[in-house]
Every structure is written in C-alpha cells, then in structure tokens.
Design a protein around this ligand. Structure first.
Ligand code: NAP
Ligand code: GCO
Length: 259
C-alpha cells in the first residue's frame, strides 16, 4: 500500500527549478516530480536541458516536464520565459532559485569579472527571478520560494570569497523575502547543502588532499549526494512548511555543527 501524506504531496503544483539541467537542480526537480509536481527545468544550454528532460520523463513516468532555457542573469529573458511558462504550462507555485557557479581565486588575484559573474549568477539572479514571479504569487495569495544557499552562507575558506559573499547575501535576501512576503501567503526559505558531489566540485572531489580534508571536516565522514537534498526540498515546497519562513535548512552531514 503506497501511503501519501497530504502534508508532503505536491500533486497539481508547478515548480520552476533554475539550474536544473544537472547536479543538485536536476535531483531536486526529479524529487519534486516524484512528489507529484509538474516541473520546469532551466539552464542556458538547450541540448543539456533536452537530455535532462528526457531522463526525467524516463525516471518519473507520467511526470509533466517543461524545459525553459534562459540565463538567470538576463531580466528580459526571465520575463519572457516566466510569461511563457505561466501561459503554456501553469501558474508557478514553487520557485527554487538554484542556478550557481564557482570561480575560485585568492581575493588579491580575483578579477573583477570573476567577482561579478559569481555575484550575478549566485545572488542577483535570485532577486531578478523572484521579482518576476513573486508578484504573481502574491496575487494568488500563495507560493513557495526556496533559495539554494550553502554552508558558505555561514563560513568561508580561501579562494571562494566571491562565492561566500554571494551565499551570505543569499541567506539575508531569503530573510528579506520572508519578511516582506509572508503576509501574502508566501513561504521563503533557504536550502543549505554541505559538500555535494557535482560538476561544480569535480576538481575538489578528484583532489586527494581536499577529499581527505572534507571527509575529516564533515562529521558524517563523507561527501553528500544530490539526492540527499530532496527530502528537505520537498518539505520546504509542501504544505508541511506553511508556517516556516526565513529559515535556512542545512543538509551538510553535520559540518556546521563541528569546530
Ligand atoms: P552544477 O552541477 O555546476 O550545476 C549548475 C547548474 O546551473 C547547471 O544546470 C547550469 O546549467 C546552471 N546554470 C549555471 N549558470 C546559469 C545561468 N546563468 N543561468 C541559468 N542556469 C545556469 O552545480 P551544482 O553543484 O548542482 O550547484 C547548484 C547550486 O547548488 C548552486 O547554486 C551551488 O552554489 C549550490 N551549492 C552546491 C553545493 C555543492 O557542494 N555542489 C553545495 C552548496 C550549494 P548551464 O551551464 O547549462 O546554464
Ligand atoms: C568550494 C566548494 C563549496 C561547495 C559548497 C559547500 O570550493 O569550497 O565549491 O563552495 O560547493 O558551496 O556548501
């Protein structure tokens, strides 16, 4: 007997997950689809998106899947695609601002381009996409916004000053959204992954010394897998979190609990 708890049931909901052609975003899209949501995949590369959408339809038979190729730093493209999604696919009930990049360098050697690209993609984009969708959610009196933060919203390490600044800002932008939009029936929260095995971290996973360090620094003694973030995302996207606002839910193997 398959038991579905209505608190975690996303049937009939439409979820846009930015940066979901691979990695964490794709895992979250698949998890929300398995919970019943219709999902909109996003990324800049249309071929990667098509491959991801096909895989998702195979993984989750019967799932409604739409691809929306746009750059989350391009406000014109965002407006165009949000209109298309809501016209062709349905009102967006759940927004996961997940797209993000890394450009590692010591601050004294970091180029302005490396700084700006990371802040634009990892922070400003969330403002731009949420600004396009939140007014529609406010009109409808409901909506779930989940921003993919990071343990770097709380701590940093050398060579990722741009990334840490962006993720720290994203924590506070999440709280700013919560305090402005909660009265309109929106719940805005953050998801804070620890070290997860994805393309973003390929160089770190393959670095023997870094791999050893992160496994010793993480109480669980290992890297996380993208699928291990799905439970927290479904919780934050579902009725189960209707009185949760402005929180960052860390899924980090205990990393932030440890000195
Ligand atoms: P990933 O495997 O590199 O995937 C990044 C995704 O974002 C891709 O689908 C990429 O597709 C998309 N993307 C990048 N720039 C974009 C843009 N300008 N517009 C639209 N889509 C864009 O990385 P990931 O590890 O899954 O990271 C996803 C999110 O989790 C990021 O915000 C990252 O900071 C955060 N995070 C990751 C970890 C970790 O350990 N991996 C931990 C904490 C937080 P295209 O290149 O085709 O656009
Ligand atoms: C790095 C990593 C981290 C992780 C993640 C940790 O260079 O240390 O890329 O930034 O990806 O953000 O939560």
């Amino acid at each position: 007997m398959s038991v579905k708890n209505p608190l975690f049931d996303l049937t009939g909901r439409v979820a846009l997950i930015t940066g979901s052609s691979q990695g964490i975003g794709f895992a979250l899209a698949r998890g929300l689809a398995q919970a019943g949501a219709a999902v909109v995949l996003n990324g800049r590369d249309e071929k990667k998106l098509a491959t991801a959408a096909a895989a998702l339809r195979t993984n989750v038979p019967g799932a409604r899947v739409l691809s929306a190729a746009f750059d989350v730093t391009d406000s014109t493209a965002i407006a165009r695609e949000v209109n298309r999604i809501e016209t062709e696919f349905g009102a967006i009930n759940i927004l996961i601002n997940n797209a993000g990049i890394q450009r590692r360098a010591p601050l004294t050697e970091m180029t302005e381009a490396q700084w700006r690209e990371v802040l634009d993609t990892n922070l400003t984009s969330t403002f731009l996409v949420a600004r396009a969708i939140a007014p529609r959610m406010i009109t409808r009196g409901e909506g779930k916004i989940i921003n993919t933060c990071s343990v770097m919203s709380e701590v940093s390490r050398p060579t990722i000053g741009n990334y840490s600044a962006a993720k720290g800002g994203l924590k506070m932008l999440t709280r700013a959204m919560a305090v402005e939009w909660a009265k309109h029936g929106l719940q805005c929260n953050g998801l804070g992954p620890g070290y997860i095995v994805t393309e973003l971290n390929r160089a770190l996973v393959e670095n023997v010394d870094f791999n050893k360090w992160i496994c010793s620094r993480t109480p669980a003694g290992r890297w996380g897998q993208p699928e291990e973030l799905v439970g927290a995302a479904v919780f934050l996207a579902s009725p189960a979190s209707d009185f949760v606002n402005g929180q960052i839910l860390y899924v980090d193997g205990g990393l932030l609990a440890a000195l």
